[in-house]
Design a binder for this molecule. Structure first.
Ligand code: SIN
Length: 295
């Protein structure tokens, strides 16, 4: 998504080039080496509301600069602790996502595995509102990150499905991370009805845009309270197949110095696996969210 004739000027020198897919845009015109003005941030926020995922290319960011940029969008959240890892003792707000192993210990989470479609930390009562991912090292191929648009997913559901799910909720399993690893302190879930995790409405109103979004979180061990398990599985399978269809998705192919930010309420994301003998290192921050009520 280079700056081209399709770029739209959002003001304050901020140019936005839509991906052409159901979401995502490239943004240029920001100088991350200096404090960003209120006008610049206002333009970025409008672009984010329009496109849900923004990419800034060729950026150089320290952890402090990544945190400072993220703070424009809310209060920084503590980083989740990856399976088998300890929270960053120095900057508990920046999470390392990496397959790199130093002295026999992984320096970050998620390894080189595929990470399945999910909403970050939706197993919490108040999942984060936005996530920010900055690439320091990228593999020569693989490790692409896909995003899908959950407002479009809701909008395009058949009317009967919208009516059926209007008052339903879903339990979001907290026992495993998106790479399928069992989190520290959790037991294997045999029956989704028994899975630990927060319960959220299946349909939420976005707190900023007011748009209605499907809120699925994660498929594994999900359960719709009040339904027979077999019914819950069938409905969830249908909703997931609908929401993650390619027409609603866009894929980020990482270059070093990419900063990608996404709306965690109006999108889900996943990651392709990559060759574990190659290196991938990203730094992630996130900002606090809200408890979702019924629409
Ligand atoms: C994530 O799920 O936050 C990580 C995505 C990635 O590694 O690209």
């Amino acid at each position: 998504m280079p700056l081209d004739s399709t770029a739209v000027h959002y003001g304050a020198g901020v140019h936005v080039t839509p991906s052409g897919a159901a979401l995502a845009a490239d943004v240029t015109g920001l100088d991350f080496s200096k404090p960003l003005s209120a006008n610049t941030m206002e333009a970025v926020k409008r672009a984010w509301a329009d496109h849900l995922v923004l990419r800034f290319r060729g950026v150089s960011l320290t952890d402090e600069a990544l945190m400072a940029f993220s703070r424009h969008f809310g209060t920084l959240d503590r980083a989740p602790i990856p399976a088998g890892e300890r929270a960053d003792p120095v900057r508990g707000y920046v999470l390392t996502i990496s397959n790199i192993v130093v002295d026999g210990k992984p320096i970050g989470g998620l390894g080189a595995y595929e990470s399945v479609w999910h909403t970050d930390m939706s197993y919490l009562d108040e999942p984060p509102y936005a996530s920010f991912l900055f690439s320091v090292e990228v593999p020569p191929s693989g490790g692409d990150t896909g995003f899908c648009n959950m407002a479009v997913a809701y909008e395009t559901l058949p009317a009967a499905t919208k009516a059926r799910i209007a008052d339903l909720s879903c339990k979001h399993d907290s026992s495993r991370n998106s790479a399928g690893e069992l989190r520290r302190g959790f037991r294997e879930v045999e029956d989704p009805r028994e899975a630990p995790g927060a319960v959220h409405p299946l349909v939420i109103r976005h707190p900023a845009s007011g748009k209605i979004c499907l809120f699925l979180g994660r498929r594994r061990n999900a359960y719709i309270p009040g339904l027979e398990l077999v019914e819950s599985e069938a409905l969830l399978d249908d909703l997931w197949a609908h929401a993650t269809q390619p027409a609603f998705c866009w894929y980020q192919q990482w270059q070093v110095g990419d900063l990608v930010m996404w709306d965690n309420f109006a999108t889900m994301h996943r990651r392709d696996s990559f060759d574990p003998t190659t290196r991938r290192l990203l730094r992630r921050t996130q900002v606090s969210g809200v408890r979702h009520g019924r629409v």
